[in-house]
Design a binder for this molecule. Structure first.
Ligand SMILES: Cc1cc2nc3c(=O)[nH]c(=O)nc-3n(C[C@H](O)[C@H](O)[C@H](O)COP(=O)(O)O)c2cc1C
Length: 311
């Protein structure tokens, strides 16, 4: 399959792919086939309000958004699904890959991979929720690349739209390298449609995956979209954009995100803490000096001056 034709999804990235980013990305570059929200969680016994606001935001009007949930037991699952149903959501992605010890140790994210009893209950719930569509985003295991084999039958029996596989054990978090043998094994054993996720940073990376795995449902890109927000548009157009085009568009993207946060957050410090991390992924495009100026900006004025020096 050529990369023009395949489904391309934007991965959930806590702190980044919230509604303002998704909205501005879709309006500046054209919407990706889907955007996944950072995971929604239970806080103080109920779905976190901030997460629900993200799912119901008006900013979702220009793109296809799928909420993702993280849960450690069936009670958390039920609370989150109940809230999403009430908010009118009909599709949900289940996080079975978050690698962070505070989550995994409590049995959430990748922790679910070792909880067969919970997976059986989730399968029952999915069966019962006939008007909803579910997908799973998973890793091969917490510390070993063959842990998925213990649960593949349960996953295969679930009524799922697709399974996204990020072929890195949770112990690696986002470091080290993806294990393509593990991905190939999972791709061959999973009876659902499969989406590949992990380390796609260029059109060539995407083409390599598409060529190696005919029949793939699509690819999901996370950090590659932060580092090169035009990547999906470039894939669709089948050409690399010039540096001028990239910079021009990313300035529009970040002006939009900045505009949103400067009207919804209070004070320079809050706004800066939200927008500065985006630029860390863009150092290769804007240069070390500018990236450093942005990182060190202690006021909006200094931030705007640093951004104005780009291009
Ligand atoms: C800062 C950050 C936040 C993330 N947040 C989530 C999340 O909320 N849910 C999730 O399933 N994965 C999350 N991930 C993992 C990504 O969705 C993706 O699986 C991973 O980054 C590998 O894909 P990539 O190489 O294309 O970025 C996060 C990753 C990063 C770096």
């Amino acid at each position: 399959m050529s990369t023009h034709e395949m489904n391309v999804y934007v991965a959930p990235l806590q702190g980044f792919t919230e509604a303002p980013f998704r909205h501005c990305h879709a309006s500046v570059y054209g919407a990706a086939d889907r955007y996944y929200t950072p995971f929604l969680r239970i806080e103080h016994g109920e779905p976190r309000h901030r997460d629900m606001r993200d799912v119901t935001s008006q900013l979702n009007d220009n793109h296809d958004v799928v909420p993702q949930i993280i849960f450690r037991d069936i009670d958390e699952f039920d609370l989150l699904i109940g809230a999403l149903k009430e908010a009118g959501c009909r599709r949900v992605d289940l996080n079975m890959g978050c690698p962070f010890p505070p989550q995994v140790n409590k049995g959430r994210g990748a922790g679910v991979l070792r909880n067969k009893a919970l997976l059986e209950k989730v399968a029952e719930r999915i069966d019962a929720e006939r008007d909803m569509t579910f997908s799973v985003k998973m890793r091969p295991g917490i510390s070993a690349y063959d842990e998925w084999r213990d649960i593949v039958d349960i996953i295969n029996a679930m009524r799922l739209e697709h399974v996204t596989v990020h072929p890195r054990v949770a112990a690696l978090r986002y470091g080290g390298s993806v294990d393509m043998d593990a991905f190939a094994a999972m791709f061959s054993q999973l009876q659902h449609r499969v989406v590949y996720n992990g380390d796609i940073m260029s059109r060539d990376d995407a083409a390599r995956i598409a060529d190696s795995f005919p029949g793939l449902d699509g690819i999901m890109i996370g950090r590659g979209v932060l580092a090169c927000p035009s990547l999906i548009a470039e894939m669709r157009e089948g050409r690399d954009w010039s540096s001028e085009e990239r910079v021009d568009h990313l300035l529009q993207l970040h002006a939009g995100i900045f505009q949103h946060y400067s009207t919804t957050l209070c004070g320079d410090a809050q706004v800066l803490s939200k927008i500065k991390p985006f630029w860390e992924y863009l150092e290769w495009e804007i240069g070390h000096k500018t990236a450093k100026m942005i990182k060190k900006a202690t006021s909006i004025e200094k931030y705007e001056k640093a951004v104005a020096s780009i291009g």
